[in-house]
Design a protein around this ligand. Structure first.
Ligand SMILES: [Mn+2]
Length: 359
């Protein structure tokens, strides 16, 4: 496996490449171009520039998260064909810059949703959390405003203030779209982009819905094993694969993550791993926790063992971390707890390899 760390770039991340390089076991960064508008084609040069910066710190840059899918593609509007052409251009350019994996999601309107970005835990650390009770009675605008106001001044991917001014019209456009309708639009997109991804050596990796349940009545199509089956069947290619985000899928305890890893690993469809732990209190009430198994509802040993069993050799990253040791930063994306998380995952991996045979 390739241990990676999400990096927002020199301009937008106060964490430096040198700090990332100093984390034991770190192989590379997961990056993106944050100043290209959603829907436009990504140029090669800035990707090459990130690669050079990474390599100067002995880190590889082979993984993108995310090239976002324009809303018109998800809505299936006639304008989608132009946006798909642009997406294809982004893939070709990414390949030229040495990219091998592209994460994306297909969530209407909201990339991810939380009700608190800094819920205090008993030990003074703070975490992201979700409680469906707190959404009841709120409008999407109320929730968007809360998230933007509590983001410590950072622009959070998916929650760009200018995009959210269009919130009402977006909701109107989605009125009447059900899961099958959204699924048809994903299939149309995949049939166009996956052959190109395959041709240029890129593995696409759709991220599960976060949380994997309908929010504000919007359709959600990446919630569970059944949904993943349907997506895998849309285009039969290893380039049509998944990001298995343990914290997203795992917030529904019906989702058996080690089973899902083994099943889709056999089909060579697991192209990216996000590993984090969460504590589920009741259905759709959960908060993020430290990565270590004992603090949450997920069994990290079983998850890493499943990855070992499928000979996983793709990129993996610690997902959101807590804010600890007075660090201030982008919610979920501080340095300290993600570094601890990476180290814990590397420790589990080393132990599994020692006992079961080196891979
Ligand atoms: Mn994730």
């Amino acid at each position: 496996m390739r241990m990676t760390f999400r990096w927002y770039g020199e301009k937008d991340d106060k964490i430096t490449l040198q700090e990332i390089q100093q984390i034991p076991g770190m192989d590379g960064i997961v990056g993106a171009l944050f100043d290209v508008p959603v829907g436009a084609a990504w140029p090669v040069e800035p990707l090459m520039a990130i690669r050079k910066q990474a390599e100067a710190h002995h880190l590889v840059f082979k993984d993108l998260e995310s090239i976002n899918v324009h809303e018109d593609i998800k809505l299936g509007l006639p304008s989608r064909d132009q946006y798909i052409e642009n997406y294809i251009m982004s893939l070709r350019n990414a390949a030229k810059a040495g990219i091998e994996m592209v994460c994306y999601n297909f969530m209407p309107v909201f990339d991810w949703t939380r009700t608190d970005l800094a819920k205090p835990l008993y030990n003074g650390s703070t975490v992201l959390s979700y409680d469906y009770h707190l959404i009841a009675g709120k409008t999407p605008q109320d929730m968007a405003k809360e998230i933007i106001d509590n983001s410590n001044g950072f622009i959070l991917p998916g929650w760009e203030p200018e995009r959210l001014t269009e919130l009402s019209s977006l909701f109107e456009q989605y009125a009447g779209m059900d899961e099958d309708g959204l699924r048809r639009n994903l299939e149309y997109f995949l049939k166009a982009v996956v052959p190109v991804a395959e041709e240029c050596g890129i593995k696409m990796a759709i991220h599960p819905d976060d949380p994997p349940i309908s929010v504000f009545g919007l359709p959600r199509i990446v919630k569970n094993e059944k949904d993943l089956d349907k997506i895998a069947a849309m285009v039969d290619s290893e380039s049509n694969g998944f990001t298995i985000c343990t914290g997203s899928l795992g917030s529904n305890l019906q989702n058996d993550i080690p089973h899902i890893i083994r099943k889709f690993g056999k089909q060579k469809r697991i192209n990216f791993m996000h590993v984090r732990n969460i504590q589920v209190h009741e259905p759709w009430v959960f908060n993020e926790v430290a990565h270590k198994s004992k603090y949450g509802s997920l069994d990290m040993f079983e998850i890493m063992k499943a990855l070992y069993d499928i000979d996983f050799d793709g990129p993996i990253r610690p997902d959101h971390g807590r804010m600890i040791w007075d660090e201030e930063g982008r919610p979920g994306y501080g340095l300290f707890d993600r570094a601890l998380g990476a180290n814990y995952l590397c420790g589990l991996w080393d132990a599994i390899c020692r006992i079961c045979g080196q891979k």
